[in-house]
Design a protein around this ligand. Structure first.
Ligand SMILES: Nc1nc2c(ncn2[C@@H]2O[C@H](COP(=O)(O)OP(=O)(O)O)[C@@H](O)[C@H]2O)c(=O)[nH]1
Ligand SMILES: [Mg+2]
Length: 374
């Protein structure tokens, strides 16, 4: 038997109707090419195994049934690990992904034009069925936009993708959750030439989609991991800034409320509103921004966060006062000085938070606390 050229990995859950259809499509489009189809099924109990056994008499297909584990992403990894072909193609079973695109995709890999190719709805020549409602489209677009900074691909969410099997070794630390394993492999693997092949994405006709709201929430957490992997400092800084922004709102509300409802003076209100706002920031930075860092000892951490925030506030205020007292430009442009003060204070706070308040964990602890990575 010649060496297998293409391994097509198809995760399945209750796809017994679609299994023969997709096998036939693939077989029709890959004449004279040694290929294998690997279904990775999560114990569907709907006759999928028997269907594959029947097909295997004519078409090189096999099925791995998992009983211990569930989930699309890990199923895809299981399939890739058992594949023998030179190239891996991952696609859905529901006939959304056209088998006719497999060879053009492989051509791109073989010619060296690309080292990772996705079947894309969103580049020129790509399309999807017309009846996508407004919300479905918006949902898909937002999810796509959120992932754009991670890779230069217009359809990074695609479940139809391919790469050379050897390259899988470069994908370090996969943490497969949710649906978007293609995106994760692309971001974490050492791929330098990702590309896209336009496809028409057809809606499924048989069976049901398994994409639930829960999966979508998981996607957001998954994205955060990927951002953290690719842009460790920037992603922390963005979250720190976001938390700081909400803290600023809390600070201002309390500050104005104290003056309006309790008749307190300007400076006194300022001095009081700082504490709840800083506590708010500490809590959310601990819960969101720095979840992967030290979590122990609430009191010590809270106190050191307050101390560094206070120092940051002094830097902020000091910058503003110095600039507006001594530099003529800023005397006329106080607002710019105010912004600069905020930036200096925030930069200082961020550095202190990373160095002192939320210390980095040792590698081994990180491994054990994998679930906290979100
Ligand atoms: N093994 C396995 N496959 C799954 C699971 N969830 C979905 N799939 C398969 O993954 C592919 C895409 O799922 P689908 O429900 O069509 O998602 P959608 O196209 O995003 O709505 C299909 O082939 C499904 O059968 C799962 O938990 N385990
Ligand atoms: Mg589908």
């Amino acid at each position: 038997m010649p060496d297998i050229k293409i391994s097509i990995v198809i995760p399945t859950y209750q796809e017994v109707i679609n299994i023969p259809l997709i096998c036939e499509q693939i077989n029709n489009h890959l004449t004279d090419i040694p290929f294998e189809i690997i279904f990775v099924d999560d114990n569907s109990q709907d006759g999928s195994s028997e269907a594959v056994a029947r097909i295997a008499e004519q078409i090189p297909a096999r099925i791995i049934v998992r009983t211990q584990e569930r989930g699309l992403s890990t199923a895809v990894i299981t399939g890739i690990e058992s594949a023998k072909g030179r190239y891996i193609v991952v696609m859905d079973c529901d006939l959304s992904h056209p088998a006719s695109a497999i060879l053009p995709i492989i051509d791109k890999l073989e010619s060296g034009q690309n080292d990772f190719v996705v079947g894309s709805r969103y580049i020129e020549g790509g399309s999807f069925d017309d009846d996508w409602g407004f919300f479905r489209l918006l949902n898909s677009k937002i999810a796509t936009w959120l992932a754009l900074p991670l890779c230069h691909i217009k359809d990074p969410m695609s479940g139809f993708f391919a790469f050379e099997r050897q390259q899988f070794e470069t994908c370090a630390h996969l943490t497969p959750t949710g649906y978007k394993i293609g995106l994760e492999i692309m971001v974490k693997g050492e791929f330098s030439k990702p590309g896209e092949q336009p496809i028409h994405f057809k809606d499924r006709e048989h069976g049901e989609s398994k994409l639930s709201l829960k999966e979508q929430l998981l996607y957001l957490r998954h994205l955060r991991r990927l951002y953290r992997f690719k842009y460790p400092v920037t992603s922390e800084f963005a979250q720190f800034g976001l938390v700081g922004g909400t803290g600023f709102v809390i600070d201002s509300l309390i500050y104005f409320a104290l003056q309006a409802f309790f008749g307190l003076g300007h400076n006194f209100s300022r001095a009081i509103s700082f504490w709840p706002a800083a506590t708010w920031n500490w809590f959310w930075n601990r819960t969101i921004t720095f979840t992967h860092r030290e979590k122990s000892n609430h009191l010590r951490q809270w106190l050191s966060f307050l101390a560094t925030s206070l120092a940051g506030f002094v830097m902020n205020f000091g910058t503003y006062t110095t600039l507006t007292s001594y530099v003529p430009f800023f005397i006329d442009n106080k607002f710019i000085a105010l912004i600069l003060g905020v930036l200096v204070g925030m930069g200082f706070n961020f550095m202190m938070a990373r160095i002192f308040v939320f210390k980095e964990l040792e590698e081994e602890i990180l491994e054990e606390e994998k679930d906290y990575h979100y």
